[in-house]
Structures are given as structure tokens and as C-alpha cells.
Write a protein that binds this ligand. Structure first.
Ligand SMILES: Nc1ncnc2c1ncn2[C@@H]1O[C@H](COP(=O)(O)OP(=O)(O)OP(=O)(O)O)[C@@H](O)[C@H]1O
Length: 247
């Protein structure tokens, strides 16, 4: 992974986000193939929304892309040849038993950010994500929406080139969903590659530039969002959008 120091002073990311390549990636468990083989390249501007029915393999795909799982076969790679700075936000935020502020400081410390810049970055992120008044509150006492904002703030301080989000709003109310979507677009506008799963078709229409549609552990299509929602290329995509059961 590339070094973090130096970037912490930059307000924006200057270089384009690297492209993600899946080359015949398969993930199996106990001799059962759960995903793949799948091949695709995410090299557009994004955001990319990964969609598909329950059990399609969306979370597996994100975990493989983020490096939390290793492919059984095939290769996950990046156009730069090195793993970019990347972060992942989950449906249920995974936060440390510390204050909101300490969670952010910790993220910077483990990523070797210079000590002198940490305070400024943390204060800026707390402010940006509307958490200044909650800075000293234990993270696990925060509401669901606040916890998700903290998870996004933690990603923000790391200035990720790529951000994976796995159903980040499925447990949130409409106001919290709106806040998360605004943050996702802010990451995108700063040059971060966004790869996100959702079951919310309205949300996907609001955010997606392109859609990677999966069913039965296979990528059925990777199409511009407008194409996907107006005339999906795959039979499975058409069935999904019309509310039919898809394997
Ligand atoms: N670590 C794992 N070990 C074994 N099986 C797994 C593992 N992770 C996921 N699976 C199985 O792989 C399949 C795909 O799971 P995945 O979580 O990727 O689906 P999904 O598309 O994200 O579904 P949902 O929309 O319900 O979250 C499921 O059958 C799941 O039970």
C-alpha cells in the first residue's frame, strides 16, 4: 500500500483513482464455488453500484477486492500495480471501545500519519461529518446514523483512493441515509473510487454511474447505470428489476 504521509496536507486527491481488475476470480468454500469465475475492470469514474439478490456474492466480491479474502483462483489487481490506499465501510460499523475522536486518532496512528497532523485532521473530519459535539462520546453509544458517519469520517481521514461500502445505509432512517449518500458523493468528488452494494433501487439510481449486476455468484452484466435501469442487458438483470425471483 502507498504511504499516507504527505497526502494528509492535501485537501484533495490529485491523481485519478486506480482501476480495479478482476481476472477469472473464483472464491470457493469447502469445494463449493460461491463466486465466479468473474472478470471485469472498474476503470470508469464511478460510483459503481454492485447489485443483485440476496446471496448473489456481492459482499464476497467487495471483500475480495478489498483484500479481506484471497481468491481461490484468479487474480485481483490494480492498474498502478500496487494496492491503493483503501477503506471499507460495513452495514454495521466496526468501532473501537473508545471515544469517537479516539477512533479517528487510532486510524491515523496505525496508518503512520505524522503525530503533529493528527489533531487537525481529526477535528476537520469530526466537523465535516457533524460529530464535533460527540467527539468525546464512546463510539458504541452513538446512534446508528452517528456510528455510520463516524465510520465514514474514519475512512475520510485516511484519504482513500478507493472506498468500498457494503450496504452502508440498510439500517438507517431517511435522514441518515441522505447524510451518508451526501458523504459518498463527497468522497467521489474528491477523486475516491466508490464501489458500493445496495438493495435500494432508488439509492442506486441516485448514486450509480455504472452497475455491476450479480446473481448466483456470477457477474451477469456491467453496464452504465442508465442502461441498466432502462434496458438491462442480462435476463437476470431484467428479472431482478421487475421484482421476479432471481437465483
Ligand atoms: N466466508 C464465507 N464462507 C463460506 N460461505 C460464505 C462466506 N461468505 C459468504 N458465504 C456464502 O456465499 C454466498 C454469497 O454471500 P454474500 O454475502 O456475498 O451475498 P450477498 O450478495 O452479499 O447477499 P446479501 O444481499 O444477502 O447480503 C452465500 O451463500 C453465503 O452464505
Amino acid at each position: 500500500m502507498t504511504s499516507l504521509n504527505g497526502l494528509f496536507t492535501a485537501a484533495t486527491l490529485l491523481s485519478p483513482a486506480p482501476a480495479l481488475h478482476f481476472d477469472k476470480v473464483t472464491f470457493s468454500h469447502q469445494e463449493k464455488t460461491l463466486l465466479g469465475p468473474c472478470s471485469f475492470v472498474l476503470d470508469g469514474a464511478g460510483p459503481t453500484l454492485v447489485m443483485g439478490p440476496n446471496g448473489a456474492g456481492k459482499s464476497l466480491l467487495l471483500r475480495l477486492a478489498h483484500g479481506l479474502l484471497t481468491p481461490t483462483l484468479g487474480q485481483v489487481s490494480w492498474s498502478t500495480g500496487i494496492r491503493p490506499r483503501q477503506a471499507m465501510v460495513f452495514q454495521q460499523p466496526v468501532l473501537l471501545r473508545r471515544s469517537a475522536m479516539a477512533n479517528l486518532v487510532h486510524a491515523l496512528a496505525v496508518n503512520n500519519a505524522a503525530r503533529r497532523t493528527r489533531t487537525k485532521l481529526v477535528a476537520e473530519a469530526l466537523e465535516r461529518f457533524g460529530l464535533t459535539a460527540r467527539a468525546h462520546t464512546p463510539a458504541r453509544v452513538l446512534s446508528g446514523g452517528e456510528q455510520q458517519r463516524l465510520a465514514l469520517a474514519r475512512a475520510w481521514v485516511l484519504r482513500p483512493q478507493v472506498l468500498f461500502l457494503d450496504e452502508p445505509t440498510s439500517a438507517l432512517d431517511p435522514a441518515a441515509i441522505k447524510a451518508v449518500e451526501a458523504s459518498v458523493l463527497e468522497f467521489h468528488n474528491q477523486g475516491t473510487r466508490i464501489v458500493m452494494t445496495t438493495h435500494d433501487l432508488h439509492q442506486a439510481r441516485r448514486l450509480a454511474s455504472d452497475v455491476l449486476f450479480l446473481s448466483g455468484g456470477q457477474v451477469r452484466e456491467h453496464t452504465p447505470a442508465q442502461t441498466f435501469f432502462q434496458s438491462p442487458a442480462s435476463r437476470e438483470g431484467r428479472a431482478y428489476l421487475s421484482g421476479e425471483l432471481v437465483d
